[in-house]
Every structure is written in structure tokens, then in C-alpha cells.
Design a protein around this ligand. Sequence first.
Ligand code: SF4
Length: 336
Amino acid sequence: MRRTRHINIPIFIPHMGCPHACVFCNQKKISGTLSFQSPMRVKKILEESFSTTGENDDVEIAFFGGSFTGIPEHEMITYLELAQPYLKAGKASGIRLSTRPDTITPHILKILKSYGVTAIELGVQSLDPEVLLQSQRGHSVEDVISACSLIHQSGIKLGIQTMLGLPDDTYEKALKTAKDVIKLKPHMIRIYPALVLKSTLLEEYYLTGQYTPLSLEEAIEWCTGILPLYREAKIKVLRMGLQDSDTLESSVVAGPYHPAFGELVESRILYKRITKWLDMHLNNQKRIIIRTRPRLLSKLVGQKRTNIKGIKEKYQLHDVVVKTDLEDGEFVIEVE
Ligand code: SF4
């Protein structure tokens, strides 16, 4: 059957299965879901969601938000069973879930595999031991390495979530984490700049001056250095920055929050590539034409035309014309 759209049906299970309190975590706020997800409720979410999907849609059922594999086994199976009718009927192509590295065992993976789980996203956050410790993650780098290896052996796809700017993090550590994550060969990655959310330990640290989050500018710069590493390694970046929601926005106390964070990073990367080209090729000309693909226009121009204004100012140009007649590649520059 030919699939057209990819849809995740997200079922948020805040803090379920998780005995920890990582300094940055307030899962209830992130997911916008405040109550316990009873099996009845999950059943209802699935029924309602599948009533709106088409037969050509590629639909995955996604248990996000907690530590799915930390839930008592019988409860985990109850949730997985609710998804089975949709898998068997061919309405869902798989199940994905998020969890902690230290709750992955061969036994758990065998269960997940038998219930049609297709992707596991591990909350890794950092591969620096001190950052993990200061963030009170409660697991080690070795736990991550072992979980990744077991997931690969199981044939289930591996996703890794990382955070930037946690306590004790530096750009060098974040860059090293990215390089070490690449060695773990994940199929996909999510990158989240750490935010200070209400009712978290990080909020306490922030309010007492023990923690300073990254500024938006720093977070963009860090990601600008890190994102190309994943792209070069052909690892799919599913998301940069937390999914925007009213609940999240009202929970952010401080930190590099922006509803279009990923777009800001992509835009900065293009700015750097363009200025690198201009540094090498511009010779006192005062007018340039940048040709790009229509899809890249907003990223290339930047929010509020920041890229174009920056280029104009940096090179004292009279005119920067942007055309969208390119069919392939990122951009071509003509100087006049
Ligand atoms: S392991 Fe995950 S769910 Fe548990 S406290 Fe940490 S971030 Fe939150």
C-alpha cells in the first residue's frame, strides 16, 4: 500500500515509570497532560485519533513523556495491547516510545519487539559524566552505551534525545557528546536546549543563582555547530527545540525558548555558509543576487530579514536580491 503522510499519534504518559527527578524535568508541564493516562483513556485517544486518519497515512502510535520501559511489566503490556488492533488492521505501521537508558534489558526488548514496537527514543541528554551527575539523571554513560547496543541487536530503530546547556555543560562537552552520539549510530535524534521550567529543581538553581541557562543566541550558536555533524553522519534530526504549546510557554521561567527554534538554527547555518562564500569571492562589488529553492526562502532570508540585513551591513552592499529559481542545492550567488 502506498503511504503518503506520516502521522504520530502521541500518547503522553507524564512521569509514568519514572522514579527520578532530573533537575530539568517537569513532564506534566512539557506534555500539557496533567492526569494519569488510564488504559480507558488511551483507548479513547486511539479511537478518536484513528477516526481522523486516512488509509494511506503512515501512522505510528507514540508513547511519549515518561519512561515507558520503567512501567511495571503488566501495565506496559496493557498499553501495548491497546495498540494491537490498529497494527493488525494495518492502520498503524508501528509503535514508538521514549524511555530511560537504564530501563532497557534484553527481556524488555523481547516484549517490545513481540508487540510491534518499531522505534525507541532514549533520553540521553549528555554523554559527559559530570553533566549527567549534575543533572541528577541517575544513570551513567555506560548505561547509554549498553542500551544502544541492545536496541540495535533487537532490530528496533534507535532514537536519541540530547539536551544542551544543562548544569556543567559547555560547548566543547556538547560537541563531544554529539560526536560520541554519532558513534552509537542512532537512526534519529532530537536536540533540546535546556529550559528552566516551573516546579523543577533547575528553577530553584536558577532562582538562587546556581544555574544560568543558555541565552537564545548561545543555544542557536551551539546548535549551528552541532547540527551539521549529525547531517554529515546522515542521522535524521527529528526536532530541534521543544514542541511549542501554550502549556509549555506558560511554564518557561528562563532559557532559550523560541517557538521556531529549529528554523532559527537552520537560518543561522545558511547565513554562515553564505558569508563564508562571500568572504572568499566578494571583491568590492556592491550588488549580489542569491538564488535559492522556494522551500529554503524563509530560512535563507531569516526572521525579520535578519540574514539579508546582516549580509548587507557586513559587506556594505547596496543591494541583495533573492530569487527562488534554484531547483537543486542550497544557494548560488552571483556578484555584480
Ligand atoms: S528520567 Fe525522564 S521522565 Fe524521569 S525525571 Fe528524568 S526526564 Fe523526567
